[in-house]
Design a protein around this ligand. Structure first.
Ligand SMILES: Nc1nc2c([nH]c(=O)n2[C@@H]2O[C@H](COP(=O)(O)OP(=O)(O)OP(=O)(O)O)[C@@H](O)[C@H]2O)c(=O)[nH]1
Length: 137
């Protein structure tokens, strides 16, 4: 049976958490696919799971924080050699907790004008470009 492109797309939620003109990036562990790249915390939706619920779950599992979700910034489609992802990037504010490295190798609060210094997953480019536009020297 043929599958449509949407059936082959992995849906991922990502939290773009902004605090005092800095954004939170997390470092993927070396033993994961695309290890060593920086990304926004988040992950794959489980079957039947809503995006907001997935985001809260992933943030608890990966770094043990809580957020308030403001809005969906953008859905980005990107094809890696192993498959296509749709990343739903949500603008968020920190609501509680202290960051722990439960499933990440490191974290950084990055000023928008220093994002180019980080090796970030290529799919995240539209989010990065949007953040850089928010920086007004
Ligand atoms: N969390 C996250 N994933 C991203 C981003 N950008 C991006 O391309 N991805 C891709 O989306 C997928 C998310 O998978 P993941 O490995 O983080 O999710 P997960 O924790 O649920 O997966 P796992 O249970 O297989 O370990 C990965 O293929 C990752 O490369 C991003 O900014 N944040």
């Amino acid at each position: 049976m043929n599958t449509t492109p949407s059936e082959r797309t992995t849906i991922v939620c990502a939290a773009i958490i902004i605090d005092q003109h800095k954004v939170l990036l997390t470092l993927r562990p070396e033993d994961k696919r695309l290890g060593g790249y920086w990304e926004f915390p988040g992950g794959k939706l489980e079957p039947g799971e809503a995006a907001h619920a997935a985001l809260h779950r992933e943030l608890r599992e990966e770094i043990d924080i809580r957020v308030d979700i403001d809005r969906l910034l953008e859905s980005v489609h990107y094809s890696y050699e192993w498959g296509t992802v749709r990343i739903d990037g949500f603008l968020c504010r920190l609501a509680g907790g202290t960051i722990k490295h439960l499933e990440v190798a490191d974290h950084a609060w990055v000023p928008f004008d220093q994002l180019d210094n980080y090796r970030i997953l290529p799919a995240d480019k539209p989010f990065i470009e949007w953040l850089k536009k928010q920086y007004q020297p």
